[in-house]
Structure formats: C-alpha cells, structure tokens
Unconditional design. Structure first.
Length: 189
C-alpha cells in the first residue's frame, strides 16, 4: 500500500480574513444570480436549481451550487478584465493567488450566505453592512467597455490585512452597478 503524505500549504492570510473574503464572494455570487440582480447568466444558487443539484450531487447539493456559483463569478470577472494585465478583483485578490490557496483550506459549506434572492441594491448594501460593519472607501477611476470598473483604494488601515482591505472595497464597489447592469470592480497591482 502506498502511503500518501499531504502537506498543509502555508498562507499568510488570517483565517478570519479568509472567512470574510469567502463570505463576500458568496454574497456577490448570490446577488449576481438570475433570480437576484441578474448580473450574469447563472442559476446555481436559485431555489429551482436545488431540484437538479439534489439529483446530480446527492451528497452535498448546496455545496455544489456554491462551488458552481463561484466558478461562474470567476469566469465572468476574467472576461470583464481580460484586457487589463495586472487586474485584481474580488475573486482574485493577489497575483500569487494566495487568497485561493487560503480559500481551499476553509470549508465552503460553513461560510454563511443568503439563501433568499437579493433583488435590490439596497438589500445588497444591507448585507454588505452586516458583513463589514461599515462602507469601504474607494474611488472609481474609469469603466471599461466590458463593464470593468477600475477603482483606487487608500492604504489599508493599521491592523487590517491587504486582503481584507481589498476584498471589502471591491465588494462595496459592486454598488456602482444596478439591476441587470453589473460592474466588475478591479484594481491594478
């Protein structure tokens, strides 16, 4: 028998920051679903999809829905900022992809996420406020033809990690969009 040794990858992102980042990603993915603000063509988190997910992924259908929603979000953001070589967005917070490594160490099923559709920008704002405690500061710079929204961030406050700071500001920048009119906030590194 072959013995397998798994080494836990080290990341400098604190666990509470990773949890917040995943919560913000799931919130934006939920808001983007077609049954919510309809920002992109995804039904992974909609109630009517549960019927299919129960049959395709009988062990963890809701977890599968979350994973599919996050993959759809990543793909949509990659397309929206493809022309910007150094673009970082909520679903890719650093060039070394350390945030993804940290996210893989967290159980996605344990991350809180709204189950009900988010049908107004006001509801999204309320959800963001619950997660972050206060609005994040950023300055919109320009919008691209693919609805990418370049923003500038002030320096991270003392004691706040760069990942938390970026994630919060990028998440709040989605409020620059509207129902069926998404923006894809990004920064340049």
């Amino acid at each position: 028998m072959v013995e397998r040794v798994y080494l836990a990858a080290k990341t400098s992102i604190p666990a509470e920051d990773t949890r917040l980042i995943l919560s913000l990603r799931l919130l934006i993915a939920r808001a983007a679903n077609k049954d919510s603000l309809a920002w992109w063509d995804d039904d992974s988190l909609a109630d009517h999809t549960v019927f299919l997910l129960d049959r395709i992924f009988p062990i963890a259908p809701r977890l599968a829905g979350r994973s599919l929603a996050l993959r759809a979000a990543v793909a949509r953001h990659q397309v929206a900022v493809a022309a910007e070589e150094r673009a970082l967005h909520l679903f890719r917070l650093d060039t070394d992809n350390e945030d993804e490594l940290a996210a893989r160490q967290m159980e996605l099923a344990t991350i809180p996420m709204p189950e009900q559709p988010i049908s107004t920008m006001g509801e999204l704002r309320t959800q963001l406020m619950e997660l972050t405690g206060e609005p994040a500061t950023f300055r919109p710079v320009r919008q691209t033809m693919t609805r990418g929204l370049l923003i500038e961030l002030p320096a991270a406050p003392a004691g706040v990690s760069v990942w938390r700071h970026r994630a919060q500001a990028l998440a709040w920048a989605y409020l620059e969009g509207a129902h069926s009119q998404p923006v894809f906030p990004f920064i340049l590194e």
